[in-house]
Design a protein around this ligand. Structure first.
Ligand SMILES: *Cc1c(COP(=O)(O)O)cnc(C)c1O
Length: 364
């Protein structure tokens, strides 16, 4: 049973939802990392194990979004991301399981090994790729493509926003916070003082924030910016908070979610480096530390930068007395056996460059 439905039974038969993974995800302690960094207690929430063959944070959002797709009788979705998008891949993998076709509208990003792997698994999952040389071009072309589908197939694809951060998708993380609350009540970990996580399209952050308010947890969240402010400018997360709160109230009018201070809705700056998916020395040092001292796999685009913020705060002595939770949003399953025999030449030619060109220096 979903913790969200446990807490608010009136939502149970009204909200669309399709199970796609294994929950609750594990919480583990990382005592050696805590000692090295100077954190009182450090725990990891391993959302990487949320589903097979591709887990990570997007599964939680897709349970509500694809539930809605099924409830509406739609058979085709269209979503958006950069070439190596975990979200576009998760959408393709989980849509395919449900017999839903996905169109991935992709735009350029710095090259990395994971971009290649994600493209190949997407290909094997039946994703239809469209690649545009820039975001602006992609945004302009998407309506024409939808219109064309409507003419030729009688129906336009269901749109899933970048990162799956529609209010419905955000509910996946409202539920995740209630799941954490249950784990705290069961003694899996003490109530965290601070939770660190990456801030991309803000859905993970805003869902957890709303869930923490509803659960009455005291935890403060530090969302670490990993995308350019052009995508999620100041006030963006506040808008998503308001929309998601309104969605919940529309189903259950008794749910009361007081608005946080607007400063609490802004991400931590300073870890982004040159931009989205540009690995940074600080981020890569955090990836190496987590691997060597915690046996935890992080990445250069999202989780490494978020963990670098945690490490920086710890080294300044700010976490000496704190119970800290790192919310690991990264897929943890090795899917390389599934793509070993996949030929990248079956991808649209415009994407071959990711396989023929070099990866960025910090990913070598
Ligand atoms: C998409 C993603 C994020 C960002 O989550 P948002 O809800 O978009 O902020 C963080 N980590 C990983 C590994 C992701 O794939």
């Amino acid at each position: 049973m979903l913790p969200l439905f446990d807490c608010f039974p009136s939502l149970r038969n009204r909200l669309p939802h399709v199970p796609l993974g294994t929950f609750p995800t594990p919480v583990t302690e990382a005592p050696q990392l805590a000692r090295i960094l100077g954190v009182n207690e450090l725990y990891i929430k391993a959302d990487g194990f949320s589903s097979q063959p591709f887990g990570g944070n997007k599964v939680r959002k897709l349970e509500f979004i694809l539930g809605d797709v099924l409830a509406r009788g739609e058979r085709e979705v269209m979503t958006f991301g950069m070439a190596g998008s975990n979200h576009a891949l998760a959408t393709a993998v989980h849509a395919e399981k449900l017999g839903i076709t996905s169109i991935s509208m992709l735009a350029p990003q710095p090259n990395a090994h994971y971009v290649r792997h994600n493209l190949l698994l997407g290909l094997n999952s039946g994703a239809r790729f469209r690649y545009y040389p820039g975001l602006q071009r992609m945004k302009k072309r998407a309506p024409y493509l939808r219109f064309w589908r409507r003419i030729t197939r009688g129906r336009a694809p269901y749109l899933i926003p970048p990162g799956g951060s529609s209010p419905l998708g955000v509910l996946g993380f409202v539920n995740a916070a209630l799941e954490l609350h249950q784990q705290v009540q069961q003694g899996v970990m003490p109530e965290p003082d601070i939770i660190y996580l990456p801030f991309g399209t803000a859905g993970t952050f805003i869902g957890l924030l709303i869930g923490i308010i509803l659960a009455g947890l005291k935890s403060r969240i530090v969302p670490v910016r990993v995308v350019e402010p052009e995508f999620t400018p100041s006030g963006y997360a506040a808008g998503l908070f308001a929309e998601t709160a309104a969605l919940l109230r529309s189903y259950a009018p008794s749910i009361n979610i007081p608005d946080p201070e607007s400063a609490e809705l802004e991400p931590r700056e300073g870890l982004l480096g040159q931009g989205y998916a540009h690995f940074t020395p600080q981020g890569q040092a955090a990836v190496a530390l987590a691997r060597e001292s915690g046996n935890i796999a992080l990445d250069g685009t999202y989780t490494g930068k978020a963990f670098a913020a945690l490490a920086a705060d710890a080294r300044m002595g700010m976490l000496k007395k704190q119970t800290v939770l790192f919310w690991n949003t990264l897929n943890a399953h090795d899917f390389s056996p599934l793509i070993r025999d996949t030929d990248y030449k079956r991808l649209p030619a415009a994407l071959h460059g990711y396989f023929e060109g070099d990866v960025q220096p910090l990913d070598r």
